[in-house]
Design a protein around this ligand. Sequence first.
Ligand SMILES: [Zn+2]
Ligand SMILES: [Zn+2]
Length: 315
Amino acid sequence: MSQKINNELRLDPVSGDWVVVASGRAKRPEVRPRGGGACPFCVYFTNKEAALGQIVVIPNKFPAFSLVRRGLPSSGLFQKMPANGFHEVVITKSHTKSIADFSLDETIELLSVYQSRYLALAKEKAVNYIFIFHNHGASAGASIAHPHSQIIATSLVDGGFLQPLKAAEKFYQQNKECLYCSINQAELKGQERIVAENSNFVALCPFASKMSFEIMIAPKKHSPRFERITEEEKDNLADILRLTLAKIKKGLNNPDYNFYIRTAPCDNKEHNSFHWHLTILPKTQTWAGFELGAGMEIITTPPEQAAQYLRKVKV
Ligand SMILES: [Zn+2]
Ligand SMILES: [Zn+2]
């Protein structure tokens, strides 16, 4: 990996959002058809000398974030700074098997890798926020067909993940209760938007879903941090994640999707009012002018109908 990486973060003076300018990522390989061949990820499992297990974690060859030690934040109208951090790829062995087809043990192993990489990256001085996500299918942004997840660790506690954090804090200050615990309780009582539940987790279609068939998986017990899940909770999370993805695959004809974990920043603050969760966004629609320009999504399947439908899908 000898190419020079000069990715930078730019602050939009209008919205206050940071944008990553990562021109090197334009050189990423094209999506390859499923079924093997010259897959750049299969080689990690076929190389006998490497003797690797079921899951491999590698640095992203075309990172959006990387360790940079120069360049100070600028000021004024056009603020920018180096996109400092880490960008890793978590590759599972099979070229064709997606998480929806995983066994319980395979899913637990994947979550364990998420957790251990999180804990390792959180120790890095430059890291204040870690984002774990998975893109399934070309329209969901997977540039390589071989199933893989990604972990981005950054110094910046900002961007889209700041908004839910602030909303949870505000709700807590006003109600002395956690926003997500309140949602869980109300949804479990009403049952209308529940897709599945087990002893530690609930999967539901949010009341104001941004995408048809959006699903949030959240722990029933209040916890700001994914990385603190116990072994028992991990078993339960694996079970509900696998079940939900299998229902989406079967019930919605194997759509592309994204899922991501929102957990409290690792910036030495407690963030006790936050409640970590995992969001799944099946690609059931494309955002167009109104969604992009007015910031208001139009969804065609009400969350109540989506949940009822998915509840009934037998997997
Ligand atoms: Zn492959
Ligand atoms: Zn909570």
